[in-house]
Design a protein around this ligand. Structure first.
Ligand code: MIG
Length: 770
């Protein structure tokens, strides 16, 4: 094919694109003679114009299979839907999108930042784009940074680095989705490649971003044209999928510790929760429940009858979650190892020998979760836990973390190491690839294997999986927590922009360790942390080996009662939280949202990252500093009630900042005038809340909200077995409009109250009739 230069933008770099006659493939070459192929396609997704660039080195057959995309697969237990109306529940939308040929001239129309890209080394692509002065950069998932990611470098390669200092770069998860705000409008870019990516968002303040991808494989870059932030999130989550409804119990309070050393301690912790009437659903067993850290085993000395323990806890309405790491102890007497080895499930080095690395069990082998057969094999091992009655699985160390190989890439200035110098090889659909090319998929595919395993073992129950490492699309299988934070006020503060960003990147079910993981927490920090944590969708207190005891009662009466009050508030808000998970399925919206999500034309709101929306109607503005009693709160447009202001409280007008004091046990949040919050009567577990009376708390003279009913555990809602109501308050009357009716809900009592969330608020009976 004759190559002639058409256009060279900027210096020696970039895009010498030529259209090869009669096809949409554009051939590229450059001064360094590193040719590649590139195609442009476009499509409309959720009303957003999306341009997709596919590029791959000349000597390959096209772009590799994408694990990020939500492509219908029988393996995931997803069958093509029969009912069109319910198509929003089914995965596989990305597979059904119709892409049309596009030209490189569409590029600037959709993404007006003068994007240029080039293959600049054998294993490296560079992308550049402009970042005008006013631009804010949101997204990129889990980063130790404020909401606006501009002005620094973000390296996306999954890494276990427990030192969450300001200098830290690579984190556990890689979510390569960037949102760009410019002159009141949003755009987005998603680079789908599970290799190392380095996003330099104008660290030298010259108005230019440089994105480096270190890969010998092809990639797909999605550019999202101008649209409201929420539409961009909707479009991205059509591509990469949405979370299903979690089991209802998993929305309750979880108590964890590295580690509860034995059965007796676990029973004692559970008893304390019930004796002290602090709501709790789940006790989490960290690595020490195992026999010498062998996954799929339990210690005979410390947990001699785990089944009985799990059963006894179940009688007391507790669920048990166990941790599972990917490393399988290399031990010829250990069936999981010998069987996995026989079946060829473990990764090998480039020379074909079994790869081993040291983790908790000592020398260990690692499954290749990229392979379907291996995912099946791994999933089936979880019968060990389901037989014991264990309800959820926490997958940890799945970057993977390997004690002496924790920093897989020291820098990415040069080239990707050759395969022989990488840890191990993996089997991608297109053939063997060096681990670093696909590293960011490891944790995601482990949680997928776990999700599928639990689904196959207990087909009638929605699995609960929690992961540390992950990549774009992981929300289809798993909840996340953000790893090893510290018991520092700074990390309480940071949890807000971090979780909000993870949510914007498609992952709604997220939280951080409440109280902080490493170091000793204080009573004040723990209580304040619960005042924020009650709004984390994933709501867990967890603490490291060496820290002081961190359950809510170890700090005296004042802290215990504040923590109890916040945990109770979370439980009372469960009906509202449930509707938010449902909303996520409908439109991809996260649960914790930045102010910009709803304050669309408010430039000031863009830079606020110590507050967040919990759904559309609750604005959280917590105290985040030691010894502070008040803080400055920015209220966006609208009128806002303090959530615990009571029935005589007057709302504050938005569009300005107030200094607001919050009592030590006061919920630090506001409610939008015109909203209705469904709140349950208090119960000690989430399952019990499902049957408790619900009060619709009305804020304002004319208000709206929604309310969802479904069975909380099965997949029947996917077949339409749910009831969704729009609740309206007009002219002093409350009414429930059924939007969808398919579930025979158990009896429940309903009430209405005006502006008063307290448990003893004056309330009137209300009947949802249909
Ligand atoms: O090397 O399982 O982030 O939550 O308690 C540490 C022990 C391994 C890291 C997790 C943490 C967990 C801990 N794990």
């Amino acid at each position: 094919m004759a190559k002639q230069s058409s256009q060279v933008k900027n210096e020696e770099y970039w895009l010498e694109a030529r259209r090869s006659p009669g096809s949409s493939v554009l051939a590229f070459s450059d001064a360094e003679n590193l040719p590649y192929q590139c195609t442009f396609h476009k499509c409309e997704i959720a009303g957003v114009s999306v341009l997709r660039l596919d590029a791959w080195p000349d000597d390959q057959n096209g772009v590799p299979f994408s694990f990020a995309l939500d492509i219908e697969e029988e393996e995931d237990g997803i069958e093509p839907e029969s009912n069109q109306e319910l198509s929003f529940f089914s995965a596989g939308e990305a597979g059904r999108l119709e892409w049309q040929d596009a030209k490189d001239s569409d590029l600037n129309a959709i993404f007006p930042f003068d994007l240029r890209f080039q293959r600049t080394a054998e294993s490296r692509f560079n992308f550049r784009f402009h970042l005008p002065e006013d631009v804010r950069c949101y997204g990129l998932g889990e980063r130790l940074s404020g909401l606006n990611r501009r002005g620094t470098v973000h390296t996306l390669i999954n890494t276990d680095n427990p030192r969450h200092l300001p200098s830290m770069d690579s984190m556990y998860k890689s979510l390569p989705l960037l949102f760009i705000w410019h002159q009141g409008q949003w755009h987005a870019a998603f680079l789908d490649s599970p290799a190392c990516q380095k996003w330099d968002l104008d660290s030298s303040l010259n108005g230019e971003a440089l994105l480096t991808l270190l890969s010998r494989r092809g990639w797909q870059l999605y550019l999202f044209g101008q649209a409201p932030l929420k539409d961009l999130v909707a479009a991205y989550t059509i591509l990469t999928g949405r979370s299903k409804l979690p089991p209802h119990w998993a929305l309750g309070h979880q108590q964890s510790r590295w580690s509860y050393p034995d059965e007796k301690t676990v029973r004692e912790v559970a008893r304390q929760f019930r004796d002290r009437s602090i709501p709790c659903d789940t006790i989490v067993l960290d690595i020490d429940y195992m026999d010498d850290y062998r996954v799929f085993t339990a210690s005979r000395e410390r947990f001699p009858d785990l089944k009985k323990l799990v059963g006894d806890l179940a009688c007391d309405s507790f669920k048990v979650i166990t941790i599972v790491d990917p490393g399988v102890k290399k031990d010829p007497k250990y069936a999981v190892f010998t069987d996995g080895k026989k079946q060829g499930c473990f990764v090998k080095r480039a020379d074909g020998k079994l790869y081993t690395g040291k983790v908790w069990p000592g020398v260990s082998a690692f499954p290749d979760f990229l392979r379907k057969e291996v995912r099946r094999w791994w999933g089936a091992q979880h019968g060990f836990y389901t037989d014991l009655g264990v309800k959820g699985i926490w997958t940890d160390m799945n970057e993977p973390a390997i004690f002496d190989a924790n920093e897989p890439l020291s820098g990415i200035e040069g080239e990707l190491p050759v395969d022989a110098d990488q840890l191990f090889m993996q089997e991608a659909p297109e053939g063997l690839v060096g681990h670093l090319e696909v590293r960011n998929l490891y944790g995601m595919q482990m949680s997928r294997a776990t999700w599928q395993g639990l689904k196959a073992l207990r087909p009638k129950e929605r699995p609960f999986v929690l992961t540390r490492a992950g990549y774009a699309g992981m929300q289809r299988y798993t909840a996340v927590w953000l790893g090893d934070n510290n018991s520092w006020w700074e990390h309480l503060q940071m949890s807000i922009p971090m979780l909000v960003s993870v949510g914007l990147c498609g992952v709604p079910f997220a939280g951080v360790d409440i109280g902080g993981f490493a170091f000793d927490t204080t009573g004040e920090l723990l209580a304040r942390w619960y005042s924020v944590g009650l709004f984390y969708p994933f709501f867990r207190n967890h603490c490291a080996l060496s820290g002081r005891l961190q359950e809510p009662w170890h700090f005296g009466e004042k802290v215990e009662s504040a923590a109890r009050k916040f945990i109770e508030f979370h439980y009372r808000l469960l009906p509202y939280l449930q509707t938010l998970f449902f909303e996520h399925m409908l439109n991809g919206a996260p649960i914790m949202r930045p102010l910009a999500f709803h304050a669309e034309n408010d430039e000031h709101a863009l830079d606020v990252d110590d507050q967040f929306f919990f759904g559309k109607d609750i604005l959280v503005a917590p105290i985040l500093h030691r010894a502070k009693r008040s803080r400055s709160v920015y209220l966006p447009e609208g009128n806002w009630y303090r959530i615990e202001g009571g029935k005589n409280d007057a709302p504050l007008a938005g569009g300005r900042t107030y200094e607001v004091a919050f009592g030590f046990d006061e919920v630090p949040a506001f409610v939008r005038e015109g909203s209705i919050i469904p709140m349950a009567e208090l119960r000690m577990t989430a399952d019990q809340v499902r049957e408790a009376p619900v009060t619709f708390v009305v804020f304002g003279q004319s208000a709206e909200g929604s309310y969802l009913e479904e069975d909380g555990i099965s997949f029947d809602y996917e077949a339409g077995e749910f009831n969704l109501y729009q609740i309206q308050f007009r002219k002093g009357q409350l009414a429930a409009q059924p939007l969808s009716m398919g579930y025979a809900a158990p009896e429940r009592q309903f009430f209405m109250s005006r502006q008063d969330v307290s448990p003893d608020a004056a309330r009137t009976k209300f009947a949802i009739s249909c």
